[in-house]
Design a protein around this ligand. Structure first.
Ligand code: CMC
Length: 379
């Protein structure tokens, strides 16, 4: 059994190797992200989200017939239970979008007869159902809170296409579909990040997939994790609304010891490769539209944070302006992250359960010792 001196704490578990995984690896010095041996640049360029899902779940990229079978399984599984749509309908306007998603995903488990079945086959079917239903939940929520009714997905379209179609009620252009598909590929997995670790901790107790993914959504919601993408866009919009100079705006934040959302990372010591891919995408979109405002603000902020703090952007910095330029509501940015990361969470759960051991670290006790109880009337 591995032991560690109980008085030693590794703050935030930095650098701790908690488990082994074949799913994705990050080289923080080189700024490299790899899913099952494939560099993220290669996948972003040459594979669809569905192919990446297959890769994460099965270990290899699919053949055409394997991909067709996965798409058919996803299509068959995607209808939302009516009571889950009712939950979305009843969500208060004030609810956090990630709280709504977390609740709806948890509720999916109530209407899945296999929720507590623990065979590998049942878990694969649940992974398929979870992933297939998440886009419909987010799109239905977005429409309902705008007073519109949910829209059914189309049969033969990709997940990226169908999400945008269900959201907007019109066919997305091929460029929008491709950009969104790339975003899904980029966010699908990322080592033992906080939400993935959460999902594996829950899974390691032999709890069920809905519990583990709901917990992961709760972790992703936080602004230090996936919630950062919405905060980045709020910052850009605030700069714009105030007519502020982005350099001065960020300098003031740093001077008052505030964090600039979308910068810094626990593992990367250089630019997050996903941020580099999305930076190029934002630049292309800006040039195509002859509207470079968000790109210009972003680059001014990037250069300022780099020169003042030595920090590089992470994926959330450029996903914000990418999504915004696609017309997506900032409230949906983190739910969209969850949609993509569901592929990774479920793959990690399948991996966890294939060789499970309870994840249960220890805390260094720093509280009082040696006390004795005084009877309550004498305290
Ligand atoms: N803005 C300003 N200062 C920062 C930032 C930032 N975004 N990130 C780190 N620092 C500073 C921090 O104040 C500290 O400085 P000092 O040593 O002077 O006190 C130093 O850098 C180290 O920070 P840390 O908090 O110990 O680093 P960490 O590894 O615990 O935190 C992080 C990583 C991602 C939580 C952090 O960089 C951060 O809060 N970033 C902003 C939120 C964000 O963009 N999150 C998305 C993360 S990546 C994608 C995802 O998972 O969604």
């Amino acid at each position: 059994m591995a032991t560690q001196n109980e008085s030693e704490e590794v703050r935030g578990l930095e650098g701790v190797i908690a488990l082994s995984s074949e799913l994705s690896s990050i080289d923080g010095e080189a700024g490299q992200l790899v899913y099952r041996g494939y560099d993220i640049h290669d996948l972003a360029e040459n594979a669809s989200f569905e192919e990446v899902v297959y890769l994460l779940w099965h270990g290899d990229l699919p053949t055409q017939s394997q991909l067709d079978a996965l798409k058919s399984d996803l299509r068959t599984a995607r209808e939302l239970p009516a009571p889950v749509i009712d939950i979305l309908r009843q969500a208060p306007d004030s609810a956090h979008p990630m709280a709504v998603l977390r609740t709806a995903i948890s509720a999916l488990g109530l209407y899945d007869d296999e929720a507590d079945a623990d065979s590998p086959e049942a878990n694969r079917r649940k992974a398929t159902r979870l992933l297939a239903r998440t886009p419909g939940i987010i799109a239905a929520y977005a429409r309902l809170r705008n007073g519109d009714e949910p829209i059914d997905p189309l049969d033969e379209a990709s997940m990226a296409y169908n999400f945008l179609y269900m959201l907007n009620g019109e066919a997305p252009g091929s460029a929008a579909e491709a950009t969104f598909d790339t975003c899904l590929v980029l966010h699908a997995d990322h080592g033992l990040n906080a939400s993935t670790f959460t999902s594996r901790v829950i899974g390691s107790t032999l709890s069920d997939m809905y519990s583990a993914v709901s917990g992961a959504i709760g972790a992703l919601k936080g602004p230090l994790h996936g919630g950062a993408n919405r905060e980045v866009m709020r910052m850009l919009l605030d700069i714009d609304q105030k007519g502020a100079d982005p350099v001065e705006y960020v300098q003031e934040k740093l001077a008052s010891k505030e964090r600039v959302m979308g910068f810094g990372h626990r593992v990367y010591r250089t630019m997050d490769p996903r941020a580099a891919i999305l930076r190029d995408r934002v630049q292309e979109l800006s040039e195509e539209r002859n509207a470079t405002k968000w790109y210009d603000y972003s680059m001014a902020i990037l250069n300022t944070v780099k020169s003042e703090k030595g920090l590089d952007p992470n994926v959330d910095f450029f996903s914000a302006s990418t999504y915004y330029m696609m017309g997506l509501d900032p409230d949906l940015f983190t739910p969209i992250f969850a949609l993509s990361r569901s592929a990774g969470w479920t793959a990690h759960l399948l991996e966890q359960w294939a060789d499970n051991r309870l994840i249960r670290p220890r805390a260094a006790y720093v509280g009082k010792t040696g006390r004795t109880v005084t009877p309550i009337d004498a305290r």
